[in-house]
Write a protein that binds this ligand. Structure first.
Ligand SMILES: *[C@@H]1O[C@H](CO)[C@@H](O)[C@H](O)[C@H]1NC(C)=O
Length: 320
């Protein structure tokens, strides 16, 4: 049956309302896409700073440590660093929000790259750089929340750690990971271990075809929440067109060595956001900007930001 509006005045009002609604919707869409673009510009500019050869004792390494401290201070974090001598000095860069809090959520990545004797141009994009840029971009997007509501939270603080000496020390070129930065952090208790509620370490993100599974039973519920968040964001149209990243699957006997190992040994709950398989470009010169998979990076950025926001904001969520 055809629907007709008989009365000319009513019809005019309906059209007027529709018009206003449409304009409001357009404004909203434009606002969102311009803030998305600004956020991505920050991500790109950050990544650009990180994509240098940066093995321990290289020029790029020290330049990046300095950049990280500067960026964290600009964002209003209390910054500190561990400087440890182990033939060469290595430096973990640490940023803290709510340093007086009783407990902390600790998020980590590593900023050094491996020294490859086959390539001087190796910038180790998925191996560290993208994850570090994701953490800084997340903090930037949550900046208003972190400095307002969250700043008055006596119970919980946020720690970002950019570990050093993950990949190479003194020109090691074999495939074992020294992971000295995280071992040193745990030993020195730069943040008191009994105050750390959860550690999430991020690595190897940004290649095509990656999927992410749970690595530890103890944090499986939190992993499920990541998968649900991805689903919710996709349903509400907030994600880029990309395959599903987080799966409610348990890969509990098969982790990839990373900086959370030192915390795991101390019985602290950990999550490892790492793909099921190594990127194809792993430890090759081609692990660079040109080979990154942007839909994965964009969606990961949005999902992680939402997860961290919920974790910091919602008491019930933290007891999962
Ligand atoms: C960020 O960098 C990627 C890859 O170079 C590019 O495709 C994208 O358009 C950039 N985004 C912005 C907002 O400049």
């Amino acid at each position: 049956m055809a629907y007709r509006i008989e009365h000319p005045t009513i019809s005019r009002i309906v059209w007027w309302l529709l018009g206003v609604g449409f304009v409001l919707l357009l404004i909203q869409l434009m606002r969102r896409s311009s803030s998305d673009a600004i956020n991505e510009q920050h991500f790109n500019a950050t990544l650009d700073q990180l994509l240098l050869p940066r093995w321990l004792s290289s020029v790029g390494h020290d330049q990046i440590a300095y950049f990280l401290i500067k960026e964290l201070s600009t964002q209003g974090f209390t910054t500190t660093y561990d400087e440890v001598w182990n033939e060469l000095p290595y430096t973990n860069v640490v940023g803290i929000m709510n340093p007086q809090a009783k407990q902390f959520l600790l998020l980590s990545c590593h900023y050094d790259s491996k020294y490859l004797d086959t390539s001087e141009e190796y910038v180790s994009a998925t191996d560290g750089a993208v994850s570090c840029a994701i953490l800084l971009n997340m903090a930037k997007k949550l900046n208003y929340f972190l400095h307002n509501e969250f700043a008055h939270n006596p119970d919980l603080g946020l720690v970002l750690v950019f570990f050093d000496a993950h990949d190479s020390v003194d020109g090691y070129v074999d495939s074992t990971l020294p992971l000295l930065g995280s071992k040193g952090f745990v030993k020195a208790e730069t943040v008191s271990l009994r105050q750390i509620r959860l550690v999430i370490s991020f690595n190897l993100i940004g290649a095509p075809d990656q999927i992410f599974m749970s690595k530890y039973q103890r944090t499986y519920k939190l992993h499920e929440r990541l998968a649900d968040i991805e689903q919710e964001l996709r349903t509400s149209g907030k994600l880029s067109d990309c395959h599903q990243l987080f799966h409610k699957l348990k890969d509990h006997d098969n982790d990839i060595a990373d900086d959370h190992y030192a915390f795991l040994e101390k019985d602290i709950p950990v999550m490892h956001v790492v793909p099921y398989t190594y990127p194809e470009v792993w430890l090759q010169e081609t692990d660079n900007l040109q080979h990154l998979h942007w839909p994965t990076i964009r969606n990961m950025n949005i999902i992680i930001t939402q997860f961290v926001y919920e974790y910091l904001n919602d008491v019930a969520f933290r007891t999962l």
